[in-house]
Design a binder for this molecule. Structure first.
Ligand SMILES: [Ca+2]
Ligand SMILES: [Ca+2]
Length: 240
C-alpha cells in the first residue's frame, strides 16, 4: 500500500505522468482510477525456497549407507541425515522420521523405521536398521524403499519424499554410501504392487479318487515364503 507520501506517484501508485508533480493531498471528490492489472507482489521468496523450484531442493536430501552382510544374511541400513526438508507443519518445521520398506512385500516384517526427531528440517539420525534373513536372491529381486515422513500428533503422518534402491546395485560385504535428492511418491498402483508381490511358492498334489469319492490333497513343500515375523522368518502351516 502506498501512503500519501511520494510526491512523484499518486495514491494509486500510477505514474505521475508529464506534469511531473502531483497534488500531495488528494481532493475530496472521487478520483477516476483507470482499470489496471492487480499489482504483482515483489518476487521475494522465503530463504528456504530461494535456490530452485526443482524437486531436489523442494523436498530435501537424504544421506544413508547400505551394507549387505552376506555371511549373516543381514542388510544393514544406516540412515545418517536429511537436509533442507520441506516444511510440513504450521511452525515451518517438521518432525521427520525415516521408514524402510522392502519391496515387493507387504508384511510388517518388511517395515522398519527410525525414531522421530522433533521440529527440524535438518535431522541427524545416525541410526542403523537391519533386515535379517536376507538371501542372495532377495538381493537380486528386491528393492529398498526409503521414505521420509513428518509425524503429526492429531492427524495422519505426512509423506515428505522417498527414494528407491534396487538391491542388486549393492556389492556383498561392501558399504555403499548414498546422498540423494528425495522424490515425490512414485505412483504405486496397488493392484500392480500386489501382482508383483510374491508371497512364496507351494508344491501340492491333487488326486480325485473315484473309489473313495474323495479328493486327496498332498502338501509337499513351500519355498521363498514371505517373512512374517520380525526375525525375518515365519512359522508356516497349511489350511485347506
Ligand atoms: Ca504436518
Ligand atoms: Ca509434524
Amino acid at each position: 500500500m502506498h501512503g500519501h507520501s511520494g510526491p512523484q506517484v499518486d495514491g494509486d501508485g500510477n505514474p505521475a505522468g508529464v506534469l511531473g508533480s502531483v497534488q500531495p493531498s488528494p481532493g475530496p471528490g472521487p478520483v477516476p482510477s483507470p482499470a489496471r492489472p492487480p499489482a504483482k507482489p515483489p518476487e521475494d521468496e522465503p530463504d528456504a525456497d530461494g535456490y530452485e523450484s526443482d524437486d531436489c531442493t523442494a523436498l530435501g536430501t537424504l544421506d544413508f549407507s547400505l551394507l549387505y552382510d552376506q555371511e549373516n544374511n543381514a542388510l544393514h541400513c544406516t540412515i545418517s541425515k536429511a537436509k533442507g526438508l520441506k516444511p510440513m507443519d504450521h511452525n515451518g518445521l517438521a518432525d521427520p522420521y525415516v521408514k524402510l520398506h522392502l519391496l515387493p512385500g507387504a508384511s510388517k516384517a518388511n517395515k522398519l523405521r527410525t525414531k522421530t526427531l522433533r521440529n527440524t528440517l535438518n535431522p541427524t539420525w545416525n541410526e542403523t536398521l537391519t533386515y535379517y534373513g536376507i538371501t542372495d536372491e532377495d538381493m537380486i529381486r528386491k528393492t529398498l524403499r526409503i521414505s521420509v515422513c513428518d509425524e503429526d500428533k492429531f492427524r495422519h503422518n505426512e509423506f515428505i519424499g522417498e527414494t528407491r534402491v534396487p538391491l542388486k546395485k549393492l556389492k556383498a560385504n561392501h558399504t555403499k554410501t548414498f546422498s540423494i535428492c528425495l522424490e515425490k511418491q512414485l505412483p504405486v498402483d496397488k493392484t500392480e504392487d500386489k501382482s508383483l508381490e510374491e508371497r512364496g511358492r507351494i508344491l501340492i498334489s491333487l488326486k480325485y479318487s473315484s473309489q473313495k469319492q474323495g479328493l486327496l490333497v498332498g502338501i509337499v513343500r513351500c519355498a521363498h515364503l514371505a517373512a512374517m515375523d520380525a526375525n525375518g522368518y515365519s512359522d508356516p502351516y497349511v489350511k485347506t
